[in-house]
Design a protein around this ligand. Sequence first.
Ligand code: NDP
Length: 599
Amino acid sequence: MDRDVQDLGFDPDELRERYRRERDRRLRDNGADQYLELTGDFARFAEHDPYVEPGFTRDPISDDLDIAIIGGGFSGLLAAARLTEHGVTSFRIVEAGGDFGGTWYWNRYPGAQCDTESYCYLPLLEELGYMPKEKYSFAAEIFEHSQRIGTSYDLYDRTHFRTRVRSIDWDEELGRWHIRTDRDDDLRARFVIMALGTATRAKLPGIPGIEGFGGHAFHTSRWDYAYTGGDTNGAMTGLADKRVAIIGTGATAIQCVPRVAADAGHLYVFQRTPSTVDWRRNKPTDPQWWASLQPGWQRERRENFGAQAAGQAVEIDLIEDGWTDIFRTVSAPKGPDRPRTKEERNRVVELADFRKMEQLRGRVADTVADTDTAEALKPWYRVMCKRPTFNDEFLTAFNRDNVTLVDVSGTKGVERITERGVVANGVEYEVDCIIYASGFEISAEFRRRLGIEINGRDGQSLFDHWSDGLKTLHGFTTRGFPNWFYIGMSQNAFSVNMTSMFDDQARHIAYIVAESMRRGARTVEPSQAAVDDWIATINGFKVGGLGFLEACTPGYYNNEGAPQAGSAFFGAYTPGTNAFNELLEAWRATDELPGLELA
Ligand code: NDP
């Protein structure tokens, strides 16, 4: 055996080849189009709100506003909070759900939890003096925290709940946006802040026959507790005599599978690609440690996370969890031992990646008793090809007699759905209930991702304007769409600590809106030159990531195997959130709103 291979305990060439084979087995001709958009007959999967009494009606509202914030999840709440800090309170929030929370309003599936540690993730902890119960918060606590923000910043009376925005259109004569909703409202706002989050629109797998299933079916983001019984903590007594199918094994399924396994008569988990499942190791918050934190601690912690995510050396890892373990270990050494060439760097990082994945595959083998099941649960791709997950109960669920893993990788997905159940590998699995853990329109083209028509000056559609690529200044504004701001993943720095990234964006947008109002501007929008410059900056970062994404197994991270045509993170400000924030701070410090035209 090759000496290197012996030392490493694996053969890099073999692994690279195995990863390629596993990717090719899953690549589909129809890429991102394999998913069903939840419109028409499928709209019921998304538009049904299981958490409110049905039958709510109200009269249409006609109103003139300074600012409309679309979305009452954390990004909308943060926009409202940061505007309030600027003394601007003449806004209204429009929210589809019956309460605040966004992602955490809709996603109450059993076991739902945030994978980013609560001290970094939950916004405004210092402002509100709230101590999270545990290092990783469960859904109920996160939902309550969004309600806490709503109450503390006095937002409930300024929000139209249970109202879904359908379109927004710029009216040049009025100098306002018309916001039209499913309640026939016409809200005329000078400024619009889109705060839709990233997992706003659920999607279904385009499995033949899906419409003909005769049993019960729902998407994880609309968990039907009326059918299953119990709540987000489990105790789903309604499933005791049921045969349940869960389709999908992404971050959502990893969390809900163990809970359904504990309660269902029988659970079939249909898996196309295994997730990586690292340790969770949750623990209660230590009140003494909490009391010792000094003002500014949350920003410091978020910046520590951000620095590690960007591959920078930090003196101390404040977070010490599965994410920072990946950031630290799957990277090149810093300091005097650092690689001197790009090739050397790539080689070192790839080896570190192989080592991490070997460790994760080893965890599967050590935990899952049945060897065939363990083999099928092993992931064969590089760590960040798919969203990493962290859970201490998922793998052991497969040691239960009432749980069956059905590997559908050979047919690139579930074959068919019939009136009675799910067909895979030629076998029909009869089930009473199908739960789709099939994800969201995260990296779909923008029209599909947003599901709201947006027409700017001269009636131009935003989606036509962006059909050949995003055109923004800093990801927030675009020319021809005056007074329109977007919080999200769009030509700016990305962080898996989403709320931290949304907060930084909200601060910046709140500053621009407040300044534009203070300066008496009717409109604010970026100049063409500023947009062109920013596109050039972003395009400069693109080159490096493409090869990595192309070699990855398909998923929404790489636009289902076609990253050239766009992907969730392709076109981001790759130096990271800290560098991006410094850039924005310097921009604000000029006090001249450079690149923006105020009229
Ligand atoms: P994902 O998009 O990650 O997963 C969808 C799953 O459905 C995949 O396993 C996919 O397989 C599978 N699938 C799709 N089509 C078929 C088919 N035809 N047959 C069989 N299987 C199919 O959705 P999730 O809801 O799990 O997660 C979405 C995102 O939400 C996460 O990536 C994360 O960003 C976020 N999230 C965050 C959490 C947190 O802790 N903060 C918790 C949960 C979710 P394949 O992989 O092969 O495509």
